[in-house]
Ligand binder design. Structure first.
Ligand code: ARG
Ligand code: ASP
Length: 730
């Protein structure tokens, strides 16, 4: 072979690892300088890493907010105004919604600060500083230690490090593992608990296309809402209080009016929740063939039932809107995920990667730890053994804690009686206090009629689809007195349980602890959950937990091994709800043979989808008028000589759940859009990112401004913002 011939395969391998995957990665902001700055600037970024993340001066990171711990938001005015998704603010909007003041349906706009609405459950968290504390946390950890020994050393070190952390009294410290526990980082943060609702478009805009369009392109959803952070008079965090003042932020993002074009640099900054990019092939196979299909099938059933009721009854629609959306969101994503994993041959690629890993171990001159050699085969074995337990575990959690609401409440009642059994009246009263608040919200959005049907359908699946040994005898025989009919069992259960009725539960709660506990223990739903849980805890959990622990141990070593062996690859840690930066370009893609998706949608395309009165595709009259009169303000762009209002656009930024509400930022640090979703073909990006078809979906900033200004007439909010023309040099 000539030198060229030898180099070529190596080059191709490098390209497949790095070049092709350039859009991949969720990078830690404090490491951008070392790892990504050059790459980002080559792609067109005009900022330095220091302008994105700095400890000493205001930087982009100071405008990025962890919103309630589940979404991202960003500061867009000097008065603490923040922007996030409609679906992130959804529960808050729903909380303030009644049949009379229907903010979900009609939208809500506070053009005067005194009309903004408080949300005691929300908080806005800023990251002050991120430090590598690996050496401190792993001090005293030896490779021979058992998992428990290792964890106990680490826990002690974390406690000590947290105590020693250099921070102000109003700041928080959190230390989290990265790269499967091979590295640790410390986050100093500050959380503001007074976050008020400022604005939300009607759901027909904020949720346009609802579940049919969810996870799909072309998209026309105006998925945004506005909140405001309040602080005490000194700018420090304070509990919700009318005396608080709007936060004066360290940084707020200017908003670009210049729009985006194919190839423009883009960056998404936020708090991605969870990814699994380094799994073994056997783990991916289990997701594709066992766990995803089980979860999909269960939710398929329950969603169909709820959907039927929601379409027929406006009150049920309001009650179930939020729950339905979140259950449907996971369900649809997993369907796309399995398809995407198949289509991109994720399994084949993982196997090839593992074969190459094993080959490098054999042929390398470097000496690697002996245990590396058996990693892949051990992972294969553990996953094979785990499969039936994983199936049972997914059924258990989907049925008892997610989809059947009665069983969820019964589970909470069980915790209440446990509190009594363990800590007497004090324990009981303590937990009862917490439960009362939760149940208040629960019953507001609960329909026993809907839930009863879900119960019947899901209990039947549970008994039919699980191996008999994972289902208790009581449950297997439960329908016998009811003509073997699950609906009849459900009817009898829902007739006799007290837990479906708020007043009945309040009555129990008003009794003395002993009497209340006795009444709860008599309830048939209580007895059912006890039976299901104890069977699970004796037959499934012990083995399942043991195998999962084994996987965690193996993955910690495998993660380090991958970094030791693939020295030509740049690694980023899996998402874990910590602050990350991802970057790519504005670009369309080819979803399938001969089909090309452009990168942007427009308002006329939204109107083309309009179905009057429809539950997903209705549109407000005012918006239709604005479109008919071409009353666009400064928020349109010229397309083939015509004015059009852009709605959504696509980019190759690697995002996941939790990135919703994240700002899309241009080459100079201005807001160009609001991240809210990914495309159908690319929903497997949490497991197998593929640059060719993985795209994130953003609402165009100009559409957001158009809705606030022209649709809602909330010009005072626009006045707070800084609108810029970076492409025109202004
Ligand atoms: N798929 C997006 C995400 O995972 C949007 C979800 C909200 N929309 C919905 N129709 N459920 O959060
Ligand atoms: N829609 C997701 C979110 O809520 C984002 C995604 O999964 O792409 O965070």
């Amino acid at each position: 072979m000539t030198k060229r011939n030898i180099l070529l395969p190596i080059l191709i391998f490098f390209l497949s690892l790095n070049g092709l995957r350039a859009g991949e990665g969720m990078w830690l902001p404090q490491l951008l300088q070392a790892l990504n700055e050059g790459d980002m600037q080559t792609m067109g970024m005009k900022l330095t890493a220091e302008q994105i993340y700095s400890v000493n001066q205001g930087s982009l990171k100071d405008a990025i907010v962890h919103f309630g711990g589940f979404c991202t938001a960003e500061v867009i005015s000097k008065e603490g105004l923040i922007l996030t998704n409609h679906h992130c603010g959804f529960s808050a909007i729903q909380e303030h919604t009644t049949l009379e003041d229907n903010y979900l349906r009609d939208g809500f706009w506070a053009t005067d600060k005194k009309d903004e609405k408080m949300n005691p459950d929300l908080f806005a968290k800023f990251i002050v500083r991120i430090d590598d504390v690996t050496d401190m946390i792993l001090k005293g950890v030896k490779s021979k230690m058992t998992k428990e020994e290792r964890q106990s050393v680490i826990d002690k070190n974390i406690q000590a490090a947290q105590k020693a952390a250099n921070k102000e009294s109003y700041q928080d410290v959190e230390i989290k593992p990265f790269f499967k526990g091979n590295q640790y980082f410390q986050f100093i943060s500050v959380s503001y608990p007074d976050v008020r609702l400022v604005g939300a478009p009607p759901s027909s805009i904020g949720k346009f296309g609802a579940d049919t369009d969810n996870w799909e392109w072309p998209r026309h959803t105006g998925d945004f809402s506005l909140f405001r952070i309040y602080s005490d008079a000194n700018g420090l965090p304070a509990q919700p209080n009318a005396k608080n003042i709007p936060l004066k932020p360290k940084h707020s993002l200017p908003i670009s009016l210049d729009g985006v074009e194919e190839g423009d640099f883009s960056m998404v900054f936020g708090f991605p929740g969870r990814t699994n990019e380094y799994l073994s092939a056997s783990a991916v196979e289990q997701i594709m063939t066992v766990t995803d299909p089980a979860r999909i099938a269960i939710r398929d059933k329950s969603l169909k039932i709820i959907d039927g009721y929601m379409r027929a009854d406006e009150a049920i629609k309001i009650k179930y809107a939020s729950k339905f959306a979140s259950t449907a969101n996971g369900w649809k994503k997993w369907i796309g995920e399995v398809q995407g994993l198949e289509k991109t041959n994720a399994l084949g690629k993982k196997r090839a990667y593992e074969a190459e890993f094993n080959k490098r171990l054999k042929t390398s001159k470097k000496k690697f730890p002996k245990e590396y050699k058996t990693l892949i085969s051990e992972l294969d074995n553990v996953y094979a053994e785990m499969a039936p337990y994983a199936l049972a575990a997914n059924y258990q959690s989907e049925v008892t804690s997610r989809n059947v609401e009665l069983l969820r409440v019964a589970g909470l009642m069980k915790r209440l009686t446990d509190a009594f059994d363990n800590n007497g009246a004090a324990g009981f009263n303590g937990f009862k206090g917490r439960l009362t608040g939760y149940l208040e919200g629960f019953y507001k959005d609960y329909s026993p009629m809907v839930d009863q049907d879900v119960f019947a359908a899901l209990m039947e699946m549970y008994v039919t689809n699980l191996d008999a040994k994972y289902v208790s005898e009581t449950v297997r025989k439960a329908t016998m007195p009811h003509d073997n009919d699950y609906s009849k069992w459900a009817a009898s259960m829902y007739k006799s349980t007290k837990f479906t009725d708020k007043a009945a539960v309040e009555k129990i709660f008003s009794m003395k602890p002993e009497a209340a506990v006795a009444a709860i223990k008599e309830d048939p739903a209580y007895q059912l959950i006890i039976d299901m849980q104890s069977h699970y805890n004796s037959v499934v959990a012990p083995t399942y937990d043991k195998l999962q622990t084994r996987v965690e141990d193996l993955m910690r070593v495998y993660m380090q091994a991958q970094m030791d062996v693939y020295t030509d690859k740049k690694f980023f840690p899996d998402a874990n709800s910590t602050m990350r930066v991802t970057y790519g370009k504005i670009e369309g893609y080819e979803p399938r043979d001969a089909v090309i998706y452009k990168n942007k949608t427009y308002l006329d395309g939204m109107v083309a989808k309009y179905v009057p009165g429809d539950y997903e595709f209705d549109l407000p009259k005012k918006l239709l008028e604005l479109e008919a009169n071409k009353d666009y303000g400064v928020y349109s762009e010229t397309v083939n000589g015509e004015q059009k209002v852009p709605v959504c656009f696509l980019g190759s930024n690697h995002t996941t759940g939790g990135n919703s509400g994240s700002p899309a930022i241009d080459a100079s640090g201005n807001l160009i859009g609001l991240n809210f979703d990914r495309v159908w073909e690319g929903t497997m990006s949490d497991i197998n990112y593929d640059r060719r078809i993985c795209r994130n979906i953003m609402v165009d900033a100009r559409y957001i401004l158009f809705i606030i200004d022209k649709y809602a007439g909330a010009g005072s909010l626009i006045e707070e913002m800084e609108l810029v023309h970076p492409k025109k040099g202004k």
